[in-house]
Design a protein around this ligand. Structure first.
Ligand code: 5GP
Ligand code: MN
Length: 342
């Protein structure tokens, strides 16, 4: 755990400030939940906060309280730039290095003259003036709760804050089932429910908001599932044509990789998704046990993340990317064999 400059930050925040809060590119539930949760809290403390979202985020997160107040950096660029220029301090949430916000936004942030505060649970964070980094915590949303707790402000948590933080914790823990889910996580979740988070409604909004096409795309993805039993590995591919056939929307492939990991005996799963717009293959990796997909993604696919959930990319074709992936597995054979089920 790294806690850097916390006292100075607390002192700095004793005066009302203009604050910008930013999550990572291709936002997920934790990125949106933690940034909006922190915004509601800091606004209540008398600050003026703006959440900037690097790019499009899934429809199943648009209902989050405060979502309508955010600016999209790619679409609402002048408002976003203005918010950054007039801010006293910027909070960076749920990512560990500036390149995780995308090229354009990264360039803007690199020119920023004031301080950054990092609150994040990813491995190997870059250095910033103020930092709260803990790779042991399941989600940045739980860290925002603990940040509020460190400030002795738990009584300020209202329905909006509780709802945002609950959502982030729920999505980043696979609904409280990953190893990173601790008894403390459950105690925090219990407190968030006491403070007004409606667990059934949140779950319904996030997980039971499928379109018919999204389910058909899942069906297609499952027919593309390949198993490499020898390496306890399974992977899925989705071509651009397949995505188009089912009117692909942002977020439609979220969670699909977990189906590959749900196969009995599988400890390593991947999904390779063709992205014609960005001219690359977006990859998600998941694992069970000790096999670190963070290291695997860092070493071979320009990515990173956590030990059991990471992402990366490839500029090869889809087929070439899959071939490269398969060719890497023999090197990890024994690690994969003994990762989980000995
Ligand atoms: P997902 O597979 O759901 O996109 O991402 C899984 C985890 O890996 C998330 O915590 C996400 O922030 C991280 N991640 C995804 N893509 C990348 C990437 O390209 N680089 C790095 N460093 N982390 C990533
Ligand atoms: Mn997260």
């Amino acid at each position: 755990m790294i806690l850097k400059g916390f006292k100075e930050l607390t002192h700095y925040l004793e005066q009302p400030r203009n604050i910008v809060i930013i999550g990572h590119k291709n936002p997920d539930g934790d990125s949106m939940g933690s940034t909006l949760g922190l915004k509601h809290y800091l606004d209540k403390k008398g600050h003026n906060c703006t959440v900037l979202v690097p790019n499009e985020y899934p429809n199943f997160l648009h209902w989050l309280p405060g979502s309508e107040t955010t600016y999209r950096f790619d679409w609402q660029n002048s408002q976003s730039q203005k918010a950054i220029t007039s801010s006293d301090i910027i909070f960076l949430l749920d990512f560990n290095a500036l390149h995780r916000v995308g090229d354009d936004m990264q360039k803007t942030l690199e020119k920023y003259q004031n301080d950054f505060v990092l609150i994040d649970h990813h491995q190997q964070p870059d250095d910033f003036s103020f930092m709260y980094s803990d790779v042991e915590i399941c989600s940045t949303s739980q860290m925002v709760y603990q940040f509020i707790e460190m400030n002795h402000d738990l009584e300020l948590i209202d329905v909006a804050i509780a709802t945002c933080l609950y959502t982030g914790i729920m999505t980043d823990t696979g609904s409280f089932r990953f190893r990173s889910t601790t008894s403390k996580t459950h105690r925090i979740i219990a407190d968030l429910i006491d403070k007004g988070a409606e667990n059934d409604r949140i779950h319904n909004n996030v997980y039971d908001a499928n379109t018919y096409n999204r389910l058909l795309l899942l069906g297609k993805a499952l027919t593309n599932l390949k198993v490499l039993e020898e390496y306890k590995t399974a992977f899925i591919t989705l071509t651009n044509n397949e995505k188009n056939s089912y009117d692909y929307q942002k977020g439609d492939s979220e969670g699909v990789v977990n189906y590959a990991l749900s196969l009995k005996g599988i400890v390593f799963a991947a999904i390779f998704i063709e992205d014609i717009e960005q001219n690359l293959i977006k990859i998600s990796f998941r694992s069970k046990g000790n096999f670190s997909v963070n290291q695997f993604a860092r070493n071979h696919f320009e990515g990173g993340g956590h030990d059991n959930a990471a992402g990366g990319k490839s500029t090869l074709s889809l087929q070439e990317t899959v071939t490269k992936f398969i060719s890497l597995l023999p090197k990890y054979a024994s690690e994969l064999k003994f990762s989980y089920e000995k």
